[in-house]
Design a protein around this ligand. Structure first.
Ligand SMILES: Cc1cc2nc3c(=O)[nH]c(=O)nc-3n(C[C@H](O)[C@H](O)[C@H](O)COP(=O)(O)OP(=O)(O)OC[C@H]3O[C@@H](n4cnc5c(N)ncnc54)[C@H](O)[C@@H]3O)c2cc1C
Length: 392
């Protein structure tokens, strides 16, 4: 039976796509979408790139025009944090104590940045997740460097590249010995390190930050475990994120590395999850996964919409992400396991374009393109098939 009242918590791309999917499938019941941010759904990837360097006005990140949102016929409650869930009574509790009943609930609350146990009270110390975060970080970058980026994952690498292009002195730090190591493995991570070094970034790898020091309430230095102090007028803490599930604790919705779902993205009776917050079983790879990538939010929201209306679509995507650093476009499909064997196939005479093919036991598990958006399509179709010998 079709639900009468669907409530979606989280007004990001996963929540938006779920609502759009419901309407596209002809659902004409009530839909309420609740978000703690004051904004209509917007796109986060430009926050570390074009919004940060000022080449895009923040408004350009809006995912839909106002009339497109109106046409969805949904009730929008923005600037409204949800604080709890009563699963038995099928109600959510919002800040201020108001309750809202539902037939079906979609959890699309994304993730929140991790914090260091110290230093966040100092001016000039930033996280980057929201439009407001991007505006605050940009304002500090415009004051000039040095910028210290703690965490050399995709976000830290992108912000380091953007700040460098803006002319700042930048130090990029990580506990691991290479940037983006868990995301792309050693072979490609070495090339990312070389890329940043060539652009004048000071890399400090295999180091631990033990303190942030301030002067007159503003960050002035970042202290490493070996005693070194790096000058900083701004610091970005980009050490990863945790799923935004605090409001679900004790509710009965299973939590693990996110909201634990089955292969149809169903977490409990009447409850589904989509996007960065969802940990689900992907039968294509026979493993549970949680993916913090933009396209996954869309694809999962679309599948959840179908399943809310009674389908039982199994969600088994090939994961995909991209990252833009300087003039390099990295695009990846599938699994880039750190222990896979990587074969690099050059596209052109220099190292400016190549494909990295990740394979184990003779089977291609993932591919990464370095500035080869068109050529990458044919590599993508090879995922799951036998590794072909590289032409001599
Ligand atoms: C700076 C930056 C750059 C990125 N770049 C890339 C990139 O290059 N490539 C890529 O593939 N991915 C990138 N990503 C990741 C991508 O943006 C995310 O995968 C995507 O936003 C996930 O969408 P979502 O709807 O699941 O979550 P979100 O976009 O996080 O939306 C969830 C919403 O729910 C709200 N919420 C949380 N808790 C509550 C609550 N209790 N009550 C009400 N509302 C709540 C949140 O505030 C948020 O507005 C980037 C992310 C960031 C931050």
């Amino acid at each position: 039976m079709a639900p009468k009242q669907v409530v979606v918590v989280g007004a990001g791309p996963a929540g938006l796509t779920t609502v759009e999917g419901l309407r596209r499938r002809g659902y004409d019941g009530e839909v309420t979408i609740i978000g703690d941010e004051p904004h209509a759904p917007y796109d986060r990837p430009p926050l570390s790139k074009r919004v940060l360097d000022g080449s895009w006005e923040p408004d350009r990140t809006q995912l839909r025009a106002e009339d497109q949102l109106d046409a969805l016929g949904a009730e929008w409650r923005l600037g409204t944090p949800v604080e709890g869930l009563d699963l038995e009574r099928r109600r959510i509790r919002m800040s201020g104590g108001d309750e809202l009943p539902f037939d079906r609930l979609v959890v699309a609350t994304g993730v929140v940045p991790c914090r260091l146990p110290f230093g966040h009270e100092l001016a000039g110390v930033h996280a980057l997740r929201t439009l407001e975060d991007a505006a605050a970080l940009r304002a500090d970058l415009l004051r000039g460097g040095p910028l210290v980026v703690v965490g050399a994952g995709p976000l830290g690498c992108e912000v380091a590249a953007t700040a460098r292009k803006m002319g700042l002195e930048v130090a990029l730090l990580d506990l691991l010995e290479l940037p983006m190591l868990p995301h792309v493995g050693r072979e490609v991570a070495q090339r990312i390190a070389a890329l940043h070094e060539r652009r004048g970034i000071r890399l400090h790898l295999g180091v631990k930050v033990v303190a942030l020091h301030g002067e007159a309430g503003r960050v002035a230095a970042v202290e490493l475990a070996d005693g070194r102090r790096l000058d900083a007028s701004t610091a970005l803490i980009a050490i990863g994120c945790v799923p935004a599930t605090a409001w679900l604790r004790g509710s009965g919705v299973p939590l693990g590395n996110g909201v634990r779902c089955d292969e149809t993205c169903r977490a409990a009776e009447h409850v589904y999850a989509a996007g960065d917050v969802a940990e689900w079983f992907n039968p294509r790879f026979s493993r549970r996964m949680r993916v913090e990538h933009r396209m996954n939010a869309n694809e999962q929201g679309t599948v959840v919409a179908a399943n809310l209306l009674g389908a039982a679509v199994v969600f088994e995507p090939v994961p995909h992400f991209w990252s833009d650093q300087y003039d390099v476009k990295l695009q990846a499909h599938g699994f880039l396991a750190p222990d896979a064997t990587v074969t690099v196939e050059p596209h052109g005479a220099d190292e400016a374009k190549f494909a990295a093919v990740y394979h184990r036991n003779g089977v291609v598990e993932g591919v990464l393109g370095w500035n080869i958006p068109r050529e990458l399509r044919s590599y993508r179709t090879a995922i799951g098939s036998a590794m072909q010998p590289v032409p001599a």
